[in-house]
Design a protein around this ligand. Structure first.
Ligand code: EPS
Length: 390
């Protein structure tokens, strides 16, 4: 199986998160430091909650890697939850402490979260059974899978980065971001914002939200750079890369909108202002001077930077709660608050990078196949040479 796919397991306060990635070719050298750095990036951001002070997420590889190199079998990674120690009574795998479990029971569902519908659907009276899996902690496992995808893409000179363009009312959700600007974003800045003055305004927004017991969403941009022409396909609905990317990004917790390139703005402009004119130059080959399409035409990469914009709603766990109902008594009750983030837009950006990396790694596997990196590289080079000669 040469497609790049993954499956995660794990509850937020259970023993560990795990992810199994299949379709990784043999011979891919993995950089453990770089992979752990991805997990660390996900934990950062002004406005994160107390949990991030407890966890120091690190990958424990349990399968598919030998001597730092993949061997073609599924790669399995676990990320232990340090906080499980404090939650053993309520989240033990084989035994529960009745008092602890009752104290940590979730009875008043959070509007906007899956608590209530998950409780009804899976017939769980303790909504914690739903909360635990729905928590955005699961994204640590996705970032681990994404880290493998990034390692694979890097072998072919493809890089992925993200930045935050708005938090609450600060910044501009539609701000265009070009690759050189993206490279200038300070990865260790509080919100990984596109520019410093906007970042200050974003920090002020988070402070105000904290004081008000509120939460905030925002918008982020993810770019992929160095892609070949021809990933994805126009011939069938589910092979179109834009659709696959939208699904992957939309599946990230709290993301409620996805756009490729100028996808939202172009709806209100005439065609001549939306499409990217095509030129041919002897040395450069097929080129464009604009990238409003965001690197995809007909669901196929055109060699320009892939531009994905994601819009995140405010996290539904508010300190001041929201109108809800106690599922036992069915009487009005504020939704339960437990430790959460005020805003997590930069972390969401890291998760979106991972999801985009996974979709692109899958598209690369689909196009170039091979069981080893060497074989995949031979196929890649032959195709790139042929495409250049077109
Ligand atoms: C998160 C871990 C969680 C939350 C957050 C993200 O840990 P805890 O519930 O122990 O505080 O901080 O989850 C949510 C925002 C959510 O809605 O569940 C993480 O590792 O990213």
């Amino acid at each position: 199986m040469s497609r790049f796919t993954f499956v995660t397991a794990g509850e937020s306060h259970g023993p560990a998160l795990t992810v199994t990635v299949s379709g990784v070719p043999a011979g891919l050298k993995l950089d453990r430091v770089r992979m752990n750095r991805e997990l660390e990036r996900r934990q950062q951001g002004y406005g994160r909650g107390g949990r991030m002070k407890i966890e120091h997420d690190e990958i424990v590889v349990t399968a598919g890697v030998r001597g730092g190199e993949t061997i073609g079998s599924p790669v399995s990674i676990s990320i232990p939850n340090a906080d499980h120690e404090a939650w053993k009574g309520a989240m033990g795998v084989w035994e529960l402490d009745a008092t602890d479990a009752e104290a940590r029971r979730l009875r008043s569902p959070r509007p906007g979260h899956v608590d209530l519908v998950g409780g009804i659907k899976f017939d769980r009276r303790d909504l914690r059974d739903v909360l635990e899996r729905a928590s955005a902690r699961e994204t640590a496992a996705r970032v681990a899978a994404g880290a493998i995808a990034k390692e694979l893409l890097l072998t072919f000179g493809i890089e992925i980065r993200s930045c935050v363009v708005s938090v609450g009312l600060a910044g501009d959700p539609q701000r265009a971001v070009a690759w050189p600007e993206m490279l200038a974003v300070d990865d260790s800045s509080p919100l990984r914002a596109i520019d410093a003055p906007t970042e200050e305004a974003m920090i002020a927004e988070v402070d105000k939200a904290r004081a008000d017991g509120e939460t905030l969403g925002g918008a982020l941009v993810v770019l992929a750079h160095g892609l070949p022409v021809g990933l994805g396909s126009h011939v069938q609905w589910d092979s179109k890369l834009d659709g696959r990317i939208a699904q992957a990004i939309m599946s990230v917790h709290a993301v409620k909108g996805v756009a490729i390139g100028d996808g939202i703005e172009c709806a209100s402009h005439p065609g001549s202002e939306v499409h990217d004119a095509i030129y041919f130059e002897r040395d450069a080959g097929w080129i464009r001077t604009t990238n409003r399409a965001g690197g995809l035409e007909g669901g196929v990469t055109n060699g320009q930077d892939l531009v994905v914009r994601a819009f995140m709603k405010p996290i539904s766990t508010l300190r001041k709660g929201l109108p809800s109902v106690d599922v036992d008594t069915r009487t009005p009750e504020r939704s339960q608050w437990e430790r959460s983030d005020i805003s997590a837009v930069p972390a969401c950006g890291v998760v979106c990078e991972a999801m985009l990396a996974i979709i692109l790694a899958d598209a690369m596997r689909e196009k170039f196949g091979g069981d080893s990196i060497a074989e995949m590289t031979r196929n890649f080079r032959a195709y790139v040479d042929a495409a250049r000669a077109y």
